[in-house]
Design a protein. Sequence first.
Length: 163
Amino acid sequence: YFAGPANAVLLLSSSSGYGFLAAVEHMTARNKGGKAFMTLNEGDQLCRPSHAAFTNGSQPLVPATHVCCASTGGRILTFEIGELKLMANGGRGLMLIDLEPKDTLAGAAAYTRSIRIEGIGRGGKEREESLEIRSLNNARAVRGRKGKAADLGFKPVSITRVE
């Protein structure tokens, strides 16, 4: 769930590697039952939404400049946020990262400076690592590519923006 201003822009993604940008005001419905906004394939799951831009009262969030995608296979891909569409009617979106057949998208985050990747390491221990924009530039490519194999030492589960 998301609670925030109507002018907020979110990055929505699915575990199959597709995603798009959407304004919160386009996701609201008049009906109590709501509306389907993102199209998912059978077996897909919606990843955690990421803030791309919004103003929260008097504190504006710096608009994101890049998108980082992490796969459960340990690959990371970053690209400019301008390569994504703002889709008012929802849908499946564009391919964010090209996944191996057994991989899924652990998450995608719109960021300006750094991101935090959380995952499971050896022995089932929870681990996390913060990556700055300098280290993320090594995984920079065009949207829809496989990305670079990350030397994280654990299996990514989620990815979040750090300010």
